[in-house]
Design a protein around this ligand. Structure first.
Ligand code: NAD
Ligand code: ADE
Length: 408
């Protein structure tokens, strides 16, 4: 009988049309023949489809999770049984076990690294100098990981080229915005079973993730409040129709708080004391540093599991509820982004692995954007697989756009 993990992978695979096209070509051309790819990603069904495509391309894959609570054990088990795949991911790893699993991936001496959050790249640089020479390059999936690697580049410590997959248009415009927008609400709603209409929802950070979360909150009928530190993004939120105010004020009126800043200490200390009884707190940012859960625990008289994935903090005069331990709520309390969105993100990843290998002689130890040919081809194939056609420029239009003589 087919296992639960295989069923989940097969369900996702049927909807990853772009990645499937790439997989077919990889199967014919074997562009990754003989390579070892080391990965630290959220190990769930869509990620398994990326692994399948890389293996079809001829690679051996060693993979672990990039968050202690985002692994789907059914999928991890299914991956472990595959030829050419070693999977070290498991749900609920301690910090020590998490880094042990990363080191097991590194023991495979990867030629290429695919990371989400940069913990694997960090470990390679800090503790695995023994194998770092072997790595021709890496790609990074998320904003926080790209930020970390850009700091490494600025400090002159980066030891191989890294492609910022997060910064591809076909990644952040869809994954960070519509992916996080939908899956964050999926995680919150399936965990709490509460009505969103009429609630005051506070979204911290109006970046690509925050925009998606706020947009979907509005669609669900919430009154949306945005907090920001960037004046341009604050203005954008205002003109998109949301109220903007400092967190210090927002904490007094919010029913549901969602952080998506990639920064730390967004909700902490005094904030908890000013909140309404029953307020729900969730995080969609990469690391669990946005809501100071440890600080809240110290302030609480009693802490208990209120329902699966919901921790109740009794502060005496009120109870506050933290979802998914303050870790990314869409992956820990949900299935991550919708399949069709990860199709584009992971197609970029597969094509960037091929690009890194083909261009290994000329790439420097820098952070690179995804080549625009790759980004554009992902959009083109996506449209084609959806069955949407678009217009093409005529020769006259091309000439017009490249001339400066035609005016009034
Ligand atoms: P972004 O850079 O586009 O936006 C972050 C925003 O937060 C910026 O506008 C910034 O000004 C704002 N900000 C920073 N500090 C703040 C503070 N103290 N108060 C209020 N606002 C503040 O980043 P993004 O692409 O939206 O990603 C945000 C986080 O979500 C990152 O950690 C990223 O890795 C993560 N992410 C998660 C998922 C997911 O599946 N949950 C998906 C993609 C990205
Ligand atoms: N599923 C696998 N990786 C993911 C990611 N980075 N964000 C959301 N869902 C995912």
């Amino acid at each position: 009988m087919i296992s639960e993990g295989e069923r989940k992978i097969s369900w996702a695979s049927q909807r990853m049309d772009v990645l499937n096209q790439i997989k077919k070509r990889f199967s014919r051309e074997k562009p990754l023949e003989g390579l070892t790819i080391g990965m630290a990603l959220h190990v769930e069904a869509k990620t398994a489809c990326l692994v399948e495509a890389l293996v079809e391309g001829g690679a051996e894959v060693a993979i672990t999770g990039c968050n202690p609570l985002s692994t789907d054990d059914d999928v991890a088990k299914a991956l472990s049984g595959r030829n050419g795949v070693s999977c070290y991911a498991r749900y609920g790893l301690s910090r020590e076990e998490y880094y042990k699993a990363i080191n097991k991936v590194l023991d495979h001496k990867p030629d290429i690294v695919i990371d989400d959050g940069a913990d694997l790249i960090f470990e390679l640089h800090m503790r695995r100098a023994d194998i770092i020479e072997n790595v021709v390059g890496a790609s990074e999936e998320t904003t926080t990981g790209v930020n970390r690697i850009k700091v490494m580049e600025a400090e002159g410590v980066l030891k191989f080229p890294v492609i910022a997959v997060n910064n591809a248009l076909t990644k952040f415009l869809f994954d960070n915005r519509y992916g996080t927008g939908q899956s964050t609400w999926d995680g919150i709603i399936r965990t709490t079973n509460i009505l969103i209409a009429g609630k005051n929802v506070v979204v911290a950070g109006y970046g690509w993730c925050g925009k998606g979360i706020a947009l979907r909150a509005k669609g669900l009928g919430a009154n949306v409040i945005v907090t920001e530190v960037d004046p341009v993004r604050a203005l954008e939120a205002l003109m998109d129709g949301f109220r903007v105010m400092p967190m210090e004020k927002a904490v007094e009126i919010g029913d549901i708080f969602i952080t998506a800043t990639g920064n730390r200490d967004i909700i902490q200390g005094e904030h908890f004391l000013k909140m309404k009884n029953g307020a729900l707190l969730a995080n969609a940012g990469h690391f669990n540093v946005e809501i100071d859960v440890d600080g809240l625990e110290k302030m609480a008289k009693e802490v208990r599991e209120s329902r699966k994935m919901i921790t109740e903090y009794n502060l005496g005069d009120k109870k506050l509820y933290v979802l998914a331990e303050g870790r990314l709520v869409n992956l820990v309390a949900g299935d991550g982004h919708p399949i069709e969105v990860m199709d584009m993100s992971f197609s970029n990843q597969a094509l960037c692995a091929e690009y890194l290998w083909n261009n290994r002689e000329r790439l420097e130890n820098r952070v690179y954007d995804v080549p625009s040919e790759i980004d554009r081809s992902v959009a083109e194939i996506k449209l084609e697989t959806i069955g949407v056609k678009i217009d093409t420029l005529t020769d006259t239009q091309i000439r017009y756009l490249s001339s400066w003589r035609d005016g009034t």
